[in-house]
Design a protein around this ligand. Structure first.
Ligand code: GLN
Length: 486
């Protein structure tokens, strides 16, 4: 089987269950593809660990105790802590760090049978939209290596697009699953805030951070999401105390009569014509499938940028205070006293964007500015969530672009962080509201680069989103297209 690396999670799982291929064979194939670290996607690999997991999976397949995804490989964003691989969150401050435990999401996917291929590159502490903020160098977009893969889960998206892993985990605080999925032509879903445990996910902005799967198709995402979700109250008090679902159960349901809300604010000035054309054609496809397009308004869309870039840095400035050279990773060498050690360690260990956010966060939380910035942002965040509830009175799901443009070229925004922030405009609103959102390949734009359609659902409506995405993928083949040579 020469094309194992192009098979879906579903197809691989079936072959493995039927013993037409072994987990060791599958793992060996992917490890061979990962050799030389194409596109700088991986930050840590260890073939012994991967093969040992594959052998254990083969034993389970042989004795009838296999999990539903037994032997199927997955790679994890380096924001999830892992016992068997190093964890850096893309930061120098965590170089050499190894966690004594696995994140809940990692552990659950292993329980379902998945074999870990290693850890994937990402923006430092998941702060970024282009993977240009990784301390270990940027990831290249497999569709055009002069372009960014998106961020912060850039390694996850590129690995799947390049056939280095059939699926990957990602995290999404303000778009980090959806936007790289869109830029690399794959499918990704961020579930409702609290659906998946944040235990062992290195915290960026705790009230926004969510884990989710990235894979070629909605069906594959549904398989992983079913295994990832479920309450974990004792270890993450913000996880929802509800069992996971079988998100594959309603993939094939009819979408006849589905009301798709089209927010006018997502289609205004700033949306590039090529992205608009691809999104429009996906919407036409939905009409053919019997869905109804309903104009809606999300009037505070623009405000989501300042609101997010106040709240996320505020939370980050607190979360990142734990990296002080005492317990984890890097410690500066020459220092005079404890405070000097903290200062030097943090000055050496954090990259520029992380420092910028810590400073912004500390500022908006400081006495005299708290009311003007942080408190105001919290109030508007509530209004943004209310706007969605108003919209959902008229529609079942909301559709629009994931990002205003296709993946940009390296360096285009490098000296202009605000340009990156502005490009998050369409993913931030659902994050601030805690709603599930996904990116589904919708076609190609400028220079043949992939374009994603964003679908946003109401709380706990992941199954409905995956159903809508799956129906589109049965009618189109954008999710099956691959970069040349893959
Ligand atoms: N681009 C956004 C940021 O830089 C979102 C990142 C994320 O979702 N982790 O904060």
């Amino acid at each position: 089987m020469s094309d194992l690396h192009n098979l879906s999670v579903k197809a691989l799982a079936t072959l493995l269950q039927n013993k037409e291929v072994s987990a060791v064979e599958v793992a060996t194939r992917f490890l061979a593809r990962m050799g030389g670290n194409p596109h700088n996607t991986f930050l840590d690999i260890d073939s012994e660990v991967t093969l040992a997991q594959a052998q254990a999976s083969d034993a389970k397949l042989a004795d009838g105790t296999a999990g539903p995804l037994e032997g199927v490989p997955v790679a994890h964003k380096d924001v999830f802590v892992t016992r068997d691989f190093a964890t850096t969150a893309g930061s120098k401050i965590l170089s050499g760090y190894r966690s004594p435990f696995d994140a809940t999401v990692v552990q659950r996917l292993r329980t379902a049978g998945m074999v870990s291929l290693g850890k994937l590159n990402c923006d430092e502490f998941a702060m970024g939209s282009a993977n240009e903020n990784s301390a270990y160098g940027p990831v290249q977009n497999p569709w055009d290596t002069t372009r960014v893969p998106g961020g912060s889960s850039g390694g996850s998206a590129a690995a799947v697009a390049a056939g280095l892993a059939p699926a990957a985990t990602g995290t999404d605080t303000g778009g980090s699953i959806r936007q790289p999925a869109s830029f690399c032509g794959i499918t990704g879903i961020k579930p409702t805030y609290g659906r998946a445990s944040r235990y062992g996910m290195i915290a960026y902005a705790s009230s926004l951070d969510q884990a989710g799967p990235m894979a070629r198709s909605a069906e594959d995402c549904a398989l992983l999401l079913s295994a990832m979700c479920g309450g974990d109250i004792d270890r993450d008090s913000t996880s929802l105390d509800m069992p996971s679902e079988d998100f594959t159960a309603s993939l094939n349901s009819s979408i006849e009569g589905l009301r798709i809300g089209i927010p006018q604010e997502f289609f205004g000035e700033g949306l590039s014509a090529d992205v608009r054309a691809a999104v429009d054609s996906a919407l036409r496809e939905y009409e053919k499938l019997g869905a109804k397009l309903v104009p809606i308004s999300l009037p505070r869309t623009e405000l989501s940028i300042p609101v997010y870039y106040i709240i996320a840095p505020a939370e980050a400035s607190s979360n990142l205070s734990r990296f002080d050279g005492v317990k984890f990773g890097h410690r500066a060498k020459d220092y005079t006293d404890l405070v000097d050690m903290y200062k030097k360690t943090r000055a050496e260990g954090f990259g520029n964007e992380v420092k910028r956010r810590i400073m912004t966060g500390a500022y908006v939380l400081s006495h005299g500015y708290y009311d003007a910035y942080y408190l105001q942002a919290q109030k508007i965040r509530r209004m943004i969530a209310d706007d969605f509830q108003n919209a959902f009175k008229e529609c079942d799901v909301i559709a629009g672009p994931v990002a205003p443009t296709v993946a940009w070229k390296f360096g285009d925004n490098a000296n202009d962080p605000v340009a990156d922030y502005l490009a998050d405009i369409f993913t931030l609103p659902a994050s601030l509201a805690g709603l599930p959102g996904m990116s589904v390949p919708a076609g190609f734009g400028a220079q043949g680069m992939p374009v994603g359609l964003q679908l946003i659902g109401n709380y706990f409506k992941e199954a409905q989103l995956l159903n809508a995405a799956h129906r589109l993928q049965q009618a189109t083949d954008f999710h099956l297209r691959k970069p040349e040579g893959i």
